[in-house]
Write a protein that binds this ligand. Structure first.
Ligand code: MG
Length: 223
């Protein structure tokens, strides 16, 4: 899958390449509770392989015999400028665009890894486990701290929340992450999923809407 993004910036097509996807775990209280986890003092960060990216309309491919695979509807932020130790009040200057994102997770594999105290990387990084919508420039997206997030499975609402309910808001996430790793143009931050996560099966269709302009729809297919 291509990890390039094309964006129309003031009439010019800008291309950026995603070098890393940074996931945020446990960033909505309802989801923290449904996972039986503790509310984190600081953001819980993990990495997801950029090779897992796929686009609106493309299938989420589920390999045989990997157990339960969950959808996680999220707001994604795409970085536009290189930054390290970014002050919170400058975070917005580093966002190029936002998108709807599905942080697809092989839940059985993840829970098994957690039980053993091992990393979750495999559960998050199968090919096609990072569907992302067409990005919309930050300036055209509306207020990213007050966006409705809705996920429908086969037309039925399974997740319904608002980005105002994030435990750690976007500006803080950017500042926090940049203390440890340099953020680069094209990097994607998946800002966490609200409550209501659940399994997907081959034949299902997952739709995620964030705010008024971000929309992602993917069929689920067995391989
Ligand atoms: Mg997630």
């Amino acid at each position: 899958m291509s990890s390039d993004f094309s964006l129309n910036v003031q009439g010019k097509v800008k291309r950026v390449k995603c070098q890393k996807i940074i996931g945020v775990a446990r960033n909505y209280l309802e989801h923290v509770k449904e996972m039986g986890a503790e509310k984190p003092e600081e953001p819980v960060i993990f990495l997801k392989a950029p090779s897992a990216l796929t686009r609106n309309g493309c299938p989420i491919l589920i390999p045989d015999a990997i157990g339960r695979v969950d959808y996680e509807g999220e707001l994604a932020v795409i970085i536009g400028k290189k930054g390290k130790n970014i002050p919170i009040d400058e975070s917005r200057n580093y966002i190029l665009a936002v998108a709807a994102f599905n942080d697809v997770t092989a839940r059985d594999i993840q829970l098994e890894a957690k039980k053993k105290g091992l990393p979750w990387a495999i559960s998050k990084s199968f090919d096609t486990f990072a569907p992302i919508s067409k990005p919309v420039l930050l300036k055209d997206a509306g207020d990213i701290d007050r966006m409705d997030i809705t996920l429908k499975l086969n037309g039925q609402v399974r997740q319904s929340s608002n980005t105002s309910l994030m435990i750690h808001k976007v500006d803080y996430l950017i500042s926090f992450i940049s203390k440890f790793m340099t953020l680069e143009p094209g990097d994607v931050i998946a800002t966490g999923t609200p409550g209501g996560v659940g399994p997907m099966s081959p034949g299902d269709v997952v739709e995620i809407t964030v705010g008024n302009s971000l929309y992602l729809r993917n069929p689920v297919v067995k391989i």
